[in-house]
Design a protein around this ligand. Structure first.
Ligand code: FAD
Ligand code: NAI
Length: 466
């Protein structure tokens, strides 16, 4: 069989690339080694983690805030089996949605491991060991990423786990040590902390979610501390060993003091790395960088003509929506269009509660670049909407150019920040000034009023409700 485009990997990068290619009239194939489509995001990433975050948040509210709302419940308890079952149903529905989209767009799906034979031939090795080959004019590599593991960690997938296992536990842990205070550690740590697990975070650097604006990490730390999280910053894990039903975790802090923990589970969440195993990159001479990522140019083309790469397997943020944009970009580029991605305006979101979101430059980046800026903040607790819902934690910070007033960064922590950040993205794509946004009507009472107020604070330091 001969295709115009073959896509290897069916995550948000791959399946979106395939759909856009088919929409543009290319005869398209997609190759996925797992039995379900959707990649990390749909199967063991974004979707299942959010399903468990929502369920655990409901439980936590029922246990801690319902009484104040005037709702009394007796005999409240967690049914983890049901929680995981519902999560699996959400995943199944979402993955079958991708099957439907492949059929609708007449994309041929091949199940098996894809590897390059040559520039125009991809071999597919199925689970039973049988193989078949397809011919293709162009290929898009969208093989994603996998968790980074420390070499000295005894990783048994039962007690010492990654996010994949943490999404399928059979019991609520009593104590979980989380190595890495990044997105996965804090989201999945929150899931279990809300159900009563003691969470101890060991983080190498001096704060949480270190790639985001520092204000957000500090605020999030306060909220998670209330949830029972314990933090050890500037601390290095030195040994992780399974001892029956417990794990022995040893670490050393910056003063050189030794720390020892005996949790029943240890989650390793220290980042992810590009996944290219078995892809046969060497058969076509595709170059990778020092972190194993496929090297691409500004058109996401590898060093081999006709072969492109997108998503987690290339440089940049490891985010589903970044992978999707790149999938669309390559398809349109192949069709002779002139697509564009503004990498500075890809929002980052952490789905803890309160939620955390940011877009554009952080305050630290502006200082480092020597760009003169004005900052305006507004606390959620000053919002009527936040008091009505009892979600008063957090703030919104707007950074604007000192001379032109153009918004350069928006950073928020609070209820529904994950959805609200879209307003900042739209404003910044259209290069709005802080004054532009502060003069637009924001429905009352909503959390978005905090964006308007933070813009008022940034542009002329004149918030209304402060
Ligand atoms: P992937 O989704 O990793 O898909 C790659 C696919 O390629 C996989 O299905 C793999 O089996 C397949 N594959 C690999 N090699 C081959 C081969 N040789 N042949 C055939 N198939 C192959 N991002 C967000 O934006 N928001 C979130 O809320 C979010 N939550 C996350 C939660 C967790 C727990 C994790 C782990 C990640 C989360 N992410 C989130 C990150 C997000 O999942 C990734 O950025 C995204 O999935 C990357 O998409 P991709 O298409 O590049 O790769
Ligand atoms: P991460 O990069 O977000 O965080 C890893 C953390 O571990 C960092 O704070 C880092 O300083 C720390 N660290 C690294 N080595 C360490 C060590 N040896 N000891 C202690 N701490 C160490 O990585 P994470 O949480 O594993 O997630 C991987 C990626 O998946 C994220 O970067 C993100 O791109 C994606 N993701 C996105 C989500 C979202 O968008 N909401 C949710 C979950 C994952």
């Amino acid at each position: 069989m001969k295709y115009d485009v073959a896509v290897i990997g069916s995550g948000p990068g791959g399946y979106v690339a395939a759909i856009r290619c088919a929409q543009l009239g290319f005869k398209t194939a997609i190759i996925e080694k797992y039995n379900t489509l959707g990649g990390t995001c749909l199967n063991v990433g974004c979707i299942p983690s959010k399903a468990l975050l929502d369920s655990s948040e409901h439980y936590h509210n029922a246990a801690h805030t319902f009484t104040q709302h005037g709702i009394d419940i007796k005999g409240l308890k967690v049914n983890l089996d049901q929680m995981i079952k519902r999560k699996n149903e959400v995943v199944d529905q979402t993955c079958s949605g991708i099957d439907f989209l492949m059929k609708k767009n007449k994309i041929d799906v091949f199940t098996g491991m894809g590897s390059f034979v040559d520039k125009n031939t991809v071999k597919i090795t199925k689970n039973d060991g049988s193989t078949e080959e397809i011919k293709t004019d162009k290929t898009i590599i969208a093989t994603g990423s996998k968790p980074i593991l420390l070499p000295f960690i005894e990783f048994d997938k039962k007690r010492v786990i990654t996010s994949t296992e943490a999404l399928n536990l059979k019991e609520v842990p009593k104590h979980m040590v989380v190595i890495g205070g990044g997105v996965i550690g804090l989201e999945l740590g929150s899931v279990y902390a809300r159900m009563g697990t003691k969470i101890t975070v060991i983080e190498f650097l001096d704060g949480l979610i270190p790639t985001m604006d520092k204000t957000l990490g500090k605020e999030l730390q306060k909220s998670l501390k209330k949830l029972g999280f314990e933090f050890h910053f500037q601390t290095k894990v030195t040994s992780v060993k399974v001892k029956g039903k417990t794990v022995s975790v040893e670490a050393e802090n910056k003063k050189g003091e030794k720390l020892e923990f005996s949790p029943d589970y240890c989650l390793v969440s220290i980042g992810r790395k590009a996944y290219t195993d078995g892809l046969g990159l060497e058969n076509v001479g595709i170059k990778t960088d020092d972190r194993g990522r496929v090297e691409v140019d500004e058109h996401l083309k590898t060093n081999v003509d006709g072969i492109y790469a997108i998503g987690d397997v290339v440089k940049g943020a490891m985010l589903a929506h970044k992978a999707e944009e790149e999938g669309t970009f390559v398809a349109e580029h192949l069709a002779g269009q002139k697509p564009h991605i503004n990498y500075n305006l890809i929002p980052g979101v952490v789905y803890t509660w309160p939620e955390v979101a940011g877009v554009g430059f952080t305050e630290e980046q502006l200082k480092e670049k020597g760009i003169k800026y004005k900052a305006g903040s507004f606390p959620m607790k000053a919002l009527g909407r936040a008091r009505a819902s009892m979600d008063t934690e957090g703030l919104i910070k707007v950074l604007a150019d000192a001379e032109t007033d153009e918004i350069l960064g928006v950073h928020m922590i609070g209820a529904r920040a994950a959805d609200m950040i879209a307003e900042a993205v739209v404003a910044m794509e259209y290069r709005a000034s802080a004054e532009d946004i502060s003069r637009m009507s924001h429905a009352h009472p909503t959390y978005t009023e905090a964006i308007k107020e933070a813009c008022l604070a940034a542009t002329e330091n004149r918030p209304i409700h402060m």
